[in-house]
Structure formats: structure tokens, C-alpha cells
Design a protein around this ligand. Structure first.
Ligand code: ADP
Length: 635
């Protein structure tokens, strides 16, 4: 056999996968075109990603591997006899999760596609085959055609980690169809040029001329020894369609940019410039405004000056790494910087890293390699969340300020009311002292009682929001709860008698002393009791109980519960009754300002306690105040 320049094409698809032409016809085309050696390399996809399974359904992956190899063997005999054409069995092993396509040239059997690239290369080598990286870089033709989907789906894992794979792979496709990846020769990697044949017109494209004997082993050796030259094969009369560059109208570009700013500003910080550009290109297409940084310091400068909405952050960067940057952002004084969304990217896949990343303040975390679609989805989700949070915060702020204003107004009005009320009460009392008939006494007593009640309410209101947090002002001490509750019940005796409501008080025999602010707590209990009386119809019943739940070391809680047989609270109100000024929808016929329970809650919180409520409309309610004891048991 003699050594000669062999016209070869080692990347050809047939109807065994997504080629449009059956294998016999493909061999005839190459034979008649005068080729010396070809490899049939139909796709075999992994079965672990949903998209790959779709590709199986669409018939784009070999289904019956045995008949695939049998058929290649059969046609190779016939090709040799008829055209002196060497047909080599191969496969393109594709894994969408791991993001690689690898050609196996001269295979005897299938290679498992459900493994990482190193595993695939290892299996190819065990069979004596060559492992070649398919179309390792992004194709210029995608950009010219504006084919965003292909750009997003293009496998880039091998190229991104070319240092790791340069020793392992036997060659890289320097040309695929009409696309050239000149950078491969600049990096001094071994290469071949193939057509990636799917359709008839793909025959006119870049090919390799290999200097070897027409024999499988010799062809493989020549590739390894770089005895190869590139050649653009142009079939006579073929009508090659040159890719049409998509030219954007100026106006569209302009409006794109405007929208870009509106959809969100994203900073991509990663030292791999290929990756940054690819990501920037794709996100710009989605109308985001993109900033880029290639090291940690540059990223920090841009964060400070541009205040992006989202940061896509690689963990491994020279100088300032991603962990540190993340910490600096979350500890920053400025709210705009502290609130930046962070999506962390890393080649490390350890779960601890992920947890650590989220702990130090990343909002989301992706491990490389990942699919571009997934990244874009997560970016969209994060920005959406950020927008929603911003809106919520604005609404909360405006609500808070309107509540504060309302409170201020009310306090002013209420304060102004107090003096005339006191003088009304005092006048009524003075007149009571004189001899009056029964009816007049009743009226005057009513005026006096009402003015007192209102004055007390005024005190509660002024008192409730202003000073509660100033603990120093309110001295805490150990008190006996039972007499305090009894005193409050006595205070309301008259009101309960008027409504013919029986108040039953039960206290456990040994109640520990409770460390608390007596004045506040007694007012809170009084509020709960007077609510129970107010919202319970005539003839009803109120049960008050004090129960200690003591724990070890004199700890534990004490429960003060007030149960009534009143109108109850509607389910839709129950969540809100502790808000200032909120009044239940079934209770509007009673007087009130909706401030009592908010005061109670503030007092309970101040004591580190909790207030619970259970209620059934038209049956009654139970309010339970749970207070920590922190005192000695009184036996
Ligand atoms: P107010 O009594 O002035 O309306 P509160 O803050 O004391 O305001 O109570 C808020 C709301 O909670 C009341 O309007 C009422 O709807 C409901 N509520 C409070 N206590 C009871 C109770 N014991 N029975 C039924 N509803 C109650």
C-alpha cells in the first residue's frame, strides 16, 4: 500500500440519527465524489437530560446500536470494492448535561454516553479508537444568522477546560462545515477538518487531506502525527448557501437598548473571557443591560459605581475571590449594594460549598458546567424576586409612614380631648354631691363614669406607642399575679353586673412570682377583661384562669387565660386584630378604637411572652397570655 494524500471526512450523519440521507446513499455520494476515507458518526445522546430524551423521540440519536454497526460493516465492504473508499465505523457521543460532543473514530461497539467526558475518551481509547472534540468552539455562522438557540445549546465544556483535555483528546475539529476555529491551531492543538454532514449540500465544506496509507490504523496515526492539511472541498455545480448575516435595523437596536436598561442591570464577573462574552451576548439578547468584569477588583469597582441589580459571580477569580466579594457586598453600608442579587457560579461541586455560598449571602448557586437555559431562567427568577421585594418594601414604607402620621394625628386630637373630659367629669362629680332626684343622679353618674372611662382610654392611647421600649422608665419587679388579676376583675365588677355577666376566676394554688412591669401588665389584663365583657352579650360568662407551667431551675411560663361566651372573632379578622386601629367586622356596633389589643401585644412582647387567641364566631373566644416566669416558686 502506498502513502498518499487521502481526502477524508470523519464526521458524517445518516438516517441512523439526524442525517437526512440513508447510509448507502451517503456512501455512494462520497464514493462518487472521489473521497478516500470517511467515518460514519451518528449521534448517541445521554439518557439523563430531558432534552436528550426528546432527541431520542425525534429520532436524532441511534436507537438500535447492533444494526448500526452491522450496517456500517456491510456498506464498508461494498464501498471498498466499488469506490476504493475506506468507511470507518464511529459515533458522536453527546452529553447535554456534561455539555460535550466527542467523536469516536474506529469503534467496535457502543460507548456509554452517560458519563463524563474523561470516561468517554477512556472507553474510545480502550477500543483502539481516536477521540476528537466536535465543533469545540462557538460557530461564527450562528452569530451571523442570529441563531440564538444554537448559541445557547452549543457544547462548550471541552473548550473551556482545554488544558485538562489537551493531553487526553487525540484531536480537535478545527473546521466543522463552513466554520473555522483558527484559535485551535494557535493553541497548538492537534486538529482535523470535517463536514458534520447531515444534508447533501454539506459535502461542499472544509475537509482534511491526510498523508497516510488507506488503512484505518495508518489514518489514525497520521492524525496523531499531524500529517494533515486543510482543504475546502467544493463539489462542482453545488449551490452552497452562504450564511446570511442578520442585520438589525438601527431603530430596533436602539429600542432594544432602552428596554435593556429597564429589565435589569447585570454584572458578570468571571476571569474566563470566552465564557463572559458568551453569557453577555445571550443575556443582552434577552434585553438585559450587561456589565462585565474579569477580576475581583474590577468587579468591586463596578459594583460601587454602577450598583447593578444582579451579579453573576464566579468563585475562582484572581485577586479578590467570589467568597470575599460576596461578603463585602452583604456587609456594605449602602442598602443598594447590600441588596444586589448574587448568583454564584463555580466549578466546584461539593455540597458544603453550596451551603457555605448560600450562608454568606448568595441568593442562588450553579455548578459549572450548566445549561445556558437554566442560567437564564435563574437570572430571570432572581431579578423578578428582587423587583417584587423592592415593590413590597416601598409599600411597607409608605404604610408605616401613613400609620405613624395617623398615630401622631390621633394622639394630638386625643390629647386635646383630655382636659375638657376631665373637667366634664369633675363637674358631674360636683353636681352629684348636691341633692338630686334619682333620675338626675343616674344621668350624672353616667356622665362621670363615661368621662373616667374615656380619660383612661386616652392614657392608654398616648401611652401605648410612645414609651414602651424605654425599659428603664418602667421598673421591673417580682409580683404576685393572682391578686393583680383579682384587682382587675374587681375594677370591672360594676360593668359585669350591669350586663349580668358572671366572672369566674380560678387560680392554681402555688403560683410563682413573676418578674414583670406591674402597671403595664395590669393594664393589659384589664384590656382583655373589658373586651371579654364588651363582646359578650347579657347573661354570658367569663372564665379567668392563672396556671403556672414550671420547668427546671425555676424557669417556665405562666398562662393567664380569659375565656368568654361572646360574639367570637371571624376567621378573616383573627390574623389582624392585634394591629393598631383594626376592629373586627362583627364588632362594629360596640364602641372602640381598635387600640386595646395592640397595646396588650406590645406589653406581652416586652415581657418576652406570647399571646394566643382561639375563637369561634357566635360561641366565644379565649385569649391566653404566656409569660416567662424567671422567678422563684412561691409555695
Ligand atoms: P376594640 O375593642 O377597641 O375594637 P381591640 O384592639 O381591643 O379594639 O380589639 C380589636 C378587635 O378584636 C375588636 O374590634 C374585636 O373585633 C376583636 N376582639 C377583641 N377581643 C374580643 C373578644 N373577647 N371577643 C370577640 N372579639 C374580640
Amino acid at each position: 500500500m502506498m502513502t498518499e494524500w487521502l481526502l477524508t471526512d470523519l464526521h458524517i450523519h445518516t438516517t441512523f440519527s439526524d442525517g437526512t440521507i440513508p447510509i448507502e446513499e451517503v456512501v455512494r455520494i462520497y464514493g462518487e465524489a472521489g473521497f478516500d476515507a470517511i467515518a460514519i458518526t451518528d449521534h448517541l445522546f445521554d439518557t439523563q437530560s430531558p432534552r436528550s430524551l426528546e432527541l431520542y423521540d425525534e429520532g436524532k440519536s441511534i436507537k438500535d446500536l447492533e444494526s448500526y454497526f452491522r450496517k456500517i460493516e456491510e456498506v464498508s465492504r461494498w464501498a471498498k470494492e466499488t469506490y476504493h473508499l475506506l468507511v470507518i465505523p464511529g459515533m458522536e457521543i453527546c452529553n447535554l448535561l456534561e455539555d460535550y460532543h466527542i467523536l469516536g473514530i474506529d469503534l467496535k461497539e457502543a460507548v456509554d454516553p452517560n458519563q463524563d467526558a474523561e470516561g468517554v475518551i477512556g472507553e474510545i481509547h480502550r477500543q483502539g479508537g481516536l477521540a476528537i472534540a466536535s465543533h469545540p468552539h462557538l460557530k461564527l455562522s450562528y452569530f451571523m444568522q442570529g441563531d440564538n438557540v444554537s448559541i445557547q445549546r452549543h457544547p462548550l465544556h471541552l473548550w473551556k477546560h482545554r488544558k485538562r483535555y489537551s493531553e487526553k483528546l487525540d484531536a480537535w475539529e478545527i473546521a466543522n462545515g463552513e466554520d473555522l476555529f483558527a484559535i485551535i491551531s494557535l493553541e497548538r492543538l492537534r486538529f482535523v477538518a470535517n463536514s458534520d454532514f447531515h444534508e447533501r449540500h454539506h459535502l461542499s465544506s472544509w475537509k482534511s487531506l491526510i498523508f497516510a496509507e488507506k488503512d484505518k490504523e495508518a489514518v489514525k496515526q497520521a492524525i496523531l502525527q499531524r500529517k494533515l492539511s486543510l482543504f475546502f472541498f467544493h463539489e462542482d455545480g453545488s449551490t452552497v448557501k452562504l450564511p446570511q448575516a442578520k442585520i438589525f435595523h438601527e431603530e430596533t437596536e436602539c429600542s432594544d437598548q432602552m428596554e435593556g436598561a429597564g429589565k435589569g442591570k447585570i454584572l458578570i464577573a468571571d476571569d474566563e473571557s470566552d465564557f463572559v462574552e458568551m453569557l453577555a451576548y445571550n443575556l443582552r439578547k434577552k434585553e438585559y443591560q450587561i456589565l462585565t468584569a474579569y477580576n475581583g477588583f474590577e468587579a468591586w469597582e463596578k459594583i460601587e459605581s454602577e450598583k447593578p441589580d444582579l451579579l453573576i459571580l464566579d468563585l475562582m477569580m484572581p485577586d479578590l475571590d467570589g467568597w470575599e466579594l460576596c461578603r463585602m457586598i452583604r456587609r456594605n453600608d449602602g442598602e443598594e449594594i447590600r441588596g444586589i442579587g448574587i448568583l454564584m457560579l463555580t466549578a466546584r461541586a461539593m455540597p458544603e460549598d453550596r451551603v457555605y455560598g448560600l450562608e454568606i449571602g448568595a441568593d442562588d448557586y450553579l455548578t459549572k458546567p450548566f445549561s445556558l437555559n437554566e442560567l437564564i431562567l435563574r437570572v430571570e427568577k432572581l431579578l423578578e424576586r428582587k423587583r417584587a421585594m423592592g415593590q413590597l418594601k416601598e409599600e411597607m414604607d409608605s404604610l408605616h409612614s401613613s400609620i405613624r402620621n395617623k398615630e401622631k394625628d390621633i394622639k394630638r386630637v386625643v390629647h386635646d380631648l383630655k382636659n375638657p373630659l376631665l373637667s366634664m367629669g369633675a363637674s358631674a362629680k360636683r353636681m352629684l354631691g348636691r341633692n338630686r332626684n334619682e333620675e338626675e343622679v343616674k344621668i350624672l353618674k353616667n356622665i362621670y363614669d363615661s368621662s373616667l372611662r374615656l380619660t383612661r382610654w386616652i392614657d392608654d392611647t398616648l401611652f401605648s406607642s410612645d414609651h414602651l421600649s424605654e425599659e428603664k422608665k418602667w421598673e421591673m419587679k417580682e409580683i404576685e399575679i393572682q391578686p393583680m388579676v383579682q384587682q382587675m376583675i374587681d375594677l370591672l365588677k360594676e360593668a359585669s353586673r350591669d350586663k349580668n355577666i358572671e366572672i369566674h376566676f380560678e387560680a392554681s394554688p402555688s403560683i410563682p412570682l413573676v418578674y414583670c412591669q406591674e402597671q403595664l401588665l395590669s393594664r393589659a389584663i384589664e384590656n382583655l377583661l373589658s373586651n371579654a365583657l364588651k363582646f359578650t352579650p347579657r347573661g354570658g360568662k367569663v372564665d379567668v384562669a392563672v396556671t403556672p407551667y414550671t420547668g427546671r431551675n425555676n424557669g417556665g411560663v405562666i398562662e393567664i387565660s380569659i375565656k368568654d361566651t361572646g360574639i367570637g372573632i371571624l376567621e378573616e379578622d383573627i390574623e389582624r386584630i392585634f394591629e393598631p386601629f383594626y376592629r373586627g367586622r362583627n364588632s362594629l356596633s360596640e364602641t372602640g378604637a381598635g387600640l386595646g389589643l395592640s397595646f396588650v401585644k406590645e406589653v406581652v412582647n416586652l415581657h418576652g411572652g406570647r399571646i394566643l387567641v382561639q375563637s369561634e364566631p357566635r360561641k366565644g373566644s379565649i385569649f391566653s397570655v404566656l409569660l416567662p416566669i424567671r422567678a422563684r416558686l412561691k409555695l
